[in-house]
Design a binder for this molecule. Structure first.
Ligand code: ZN
Length: 308
């Protein structure tokens, strides 16, 4: 293990296993990464809090999958926060944004130490998970109705529906860093799928699963985002009697995939009459929904005739 991964205690995924009970888990810690993503927009506090949890959820779920590409979590719903998108690449680049209606948010607040309410903020709708491994590969998508008081409960509902993985999830997002910076954390525990055949589940393994779930739920929202509590110390605090083993961490960072060239390509792909309309303006401005970067284009950059 390198010194860099040993000393890093923030913006990472910490995988772990509890071998006696065939359990696998991940602890996600987001510091400057989530603060940067949330600060790129002027989100009201409850929107930032639920987007922070969604980003932690995307990272913790992505870690459960073997893929090479982009994992995306998206909610679409009828509440004040009508859309949330969070994605994470295999390399650990994370981004996300939320669309919301300020008028409908009213004076909604999130109580300290509690997860933002899905029914109040997001409302009724769906949550979808997509794995995109590039062109010429099949996209995997899972979609389920939003059922649960919090995003963690909605994700657990998804797992119950899919019946493939038994998993428990905890999420937290709060301003708890230096100078009130945003932080987020996630903890996921899952049963390792048995290899081949129908396994006979021993009673002690069942007990171990229940016990581990109880221990996991004893982690407080404050512990999940505490900058003074290193991830490994938190895991040992929770599972020290269960012989928890930790593995090499994966680093995370806030990084958007937008670029001038990519957006110019999208503009050029619009229908001819739209391009003509845009070409009448001196400048066409496109703002990236994820990172809020503003790109200005002169007509000759995307109107074929204008360059003649
Ligand atoms: Zn961007």
């Amino acid at each position: 293990m390198s010194i860099e991964t040993e000393t890093r205690s923030d913006d990472l995924v910490q995988p772990f296993r509890i071998d006696p009970f065939a359990l696998r888990g991940r602890l996600v810690r987001l510091g400057p990464t989530v603060d940067r993503i949330l600060s790129q927009h002027d989100y009201p506090e409850p929107v930032a809090a639920i987007l922070g949890e969604a980003i932690a959820l995307a990272v913790v779920l992505a870690g459960a999958l073997k893929y090479d590409g982009i994992f995306t979590l998206q909610t679409k719903s009828d509440g004040p926060v009508r859309l949330i998108v969070a994605d994470v690449s295999t390399e650990g680049a994370v981004r996300g944004y939320a669309q919301y209606d300020s008028a409908r948010l009213g004076d909604l607040t999130v109580r300290a130490g509690q997860s933002p309410s899905v029914p109040k903020l997001i409302g009724a709708g769906y949550i979808a998970f997509t794995v995109d491994q590039g062109e010429d590969t099949e996209r995997y998508q899972g979609i389920v109705e939003l059922v649960g008081a919090s995003l963690a409960e909605c994700a657990q509902h998804y797992f119950r529906q899919s019946e493939q993985i038994q998993a428990g999830i905890k999420l937290s997002a709060a301003r708890s860093g230096p100078d009130g910076a945003w932080r987020a954390g996630g903890l996921m525990l899952q049963r390792v799928p048995p290899e081949g055949g129908t396994p006979v589940i021993a009673d002690d393994v069942e007990d171990g699963w229940r016990r581990a779930m109880v221990l996991m739920s004893s982690a407080t929202p404050a512990e999940l985002v505490d900058p003074e509590l290193p991830p490994r110390r938190l895991l040992f605090r929770l599972f020290h009697e269960e012989q928890v083993r930790v593995f090499r961490t994966h680093a995370l960072e806030a990084r958007c995939r937008c670029s001038r060239e990519r957006i110019a390509r999208i503009l050029r792909s619009f229908p001819a009459e739209d391009i003509e309309d845009m070409g009448k303006d001196e400048v066409t401005t496109v703002t990236c929904e994820f990172c809020n970067t503003r790109y200005d284009f002169a007509p000759e950059e995307f109107v074929p005739a204008a360059s003649a």
